[in-house]
Design a protein around this ligand. Structure first.
Ligand SMILES: [Zn+2]
Length: 130
């Protein structure tokens, strides 16, 4: 399935990760038919500048909210406030067995860098903004 991002979604996502820097931000992206239309920021349960863990309770509630709205959970995002948008070893561990796309937003440069990856970081997808 092709995935497209509304520019308003990208703006919301960037606002979230910038507001939470220098800690890593994380959350979920919901889509309707491949059109990513909802950003759901979740608490980073580790409250760390270089690691993240989706708050399990919020993750559960968010999955229910997405279902109630008829949206698909397509991607998990998190930020790298201090490093490039390259998955860490721990990121790869966390993504094991997770069927969703992964997005990393790097804030290391003045211009944020967003990269979208296949599940388990098995390759990269172009970021299509409409
Ligand atoms: Zn990471």
């Amino acid at each position: 399935m092709s995935i497209t991002f509304r520019s308003s979604v990208i703006r919301t996502l960037l606002a979230d990760v910038r507001a939470r820097a220098p800690q890593e931000a994380c959350g979920l992206l919901g889509a309707a038919g491949g059109d990513v239309c909802l950003v759901l920021p979740l608490t980073n349960a580790l409250a760390s500048p270089d690691r993240f863990r989706l708050d399990p309770r919020e993750q559960f509630d968010s999955a229910r909210l997405l279902r109630a709205r008829g949206l698909d959970l397509v991607a998990i995002y998190h930020s790298h406030p201090h490093t490039d948008a390259v998955p860490s070893l721990e990121d790869r561990e966390l993504a094991r067995g997770v069927p969703h796309l992964q997005m990393i937003v790097s804030l290391v440069d003045p211009e944020p860098r967003l990269r979208l990856f296949e599940p388990e970081y098995r390759g990269e997808r172009p970021l299509v903004v409409v």
